[in-house]
Design a protein around this ligand. Sequence first.
Ligand code: DGY
Length: 321
Amino acid sequence: MSTQPILLITRKLSKNTEIRAAETYDVRLNPEDKLYTPDELLQKCQDVDAVLPCHSELFSADMVAMLPERLKIIANHSVGLDHCDLAALKEKGIVVTNTPEVLSDATAEISMLLMLGAARRASEGDQLVRSGKWEHWSPSFMVGTQVTGKKLGIVGMGRVGQIMSKRARGFDMEVHYHNRTRLSSELEDGAIFHEDLDSLLSVSQFLSLHCPATPETTGFFNQEKIALLPDGAVFVNTSRGALVDEEALINALKSGKISAAGLDVYLSEPGGNPALASLDNVFMLPHIGSATFETRDAMGFRALDNLDAYFAGKEPNDRVA
Ligand code: DGY
């Protein structure tokens, strides 16, 4: 009989991650990559020592209450933790870790892609050529908003926000940011701090969200906040859909208050919002901010590093509960 800890891996991870996991753990894999229902997830958690889930698995307080005593650690394959009721997990004595840092470059790449794609009407252009309906060209055809030299507002200047700021400077953008605490001048690297979110919004010709979804930030990007943006601002979100009042965003996209949006995340996932999908001025991706080969390995390895530390009796580096 194996003496290795039993590890449930809830989704299909990178091959390298699954190979490495199998060297140390008695792994329960999900080769079909089936999204477990809450009941299936609960049932699969019953006879394991550890779980390596993604943000697609919800560990609500109700679910946590039914987890077995045997389950000691949830080593997330995500930086976001809004799918975990951390207070309930902590109370139950289950260790929780996440995977910060390793996905920041990949996510900032997608933020840049969305910013450029939204401003320069990439999805409309792609659709037109693809559909065979591209019949004319003129100087007034598919004119978009120039990115170079504009003011970019960043909400949440953590690791992804800082890399986004650096990349945006490559486009000569003037970067402004709002964060709970001001960064050192070295980390700010020329970005202009706004202690007040409203002040940041009022200058943001482009606005990109990089803060986590918490009870304090949920739904903060609403009609009132949108009204503070310069007319015709471009909005980008690679963080979490829960930050946004989607109805208010749709109204602003229809009125032109927001000229275009680039979105990777939605209130309802998978699937997204059909009302957003019906708008030409939205460039949309299906939550793929961290989806690069390099980053998938790095996320998997980081989660395994946390598990290895825990089972070696050490404090996992990325412990959050
Ligand atoms: C994260 O790590 O939070 C990303 O959204 C992918 O799960």
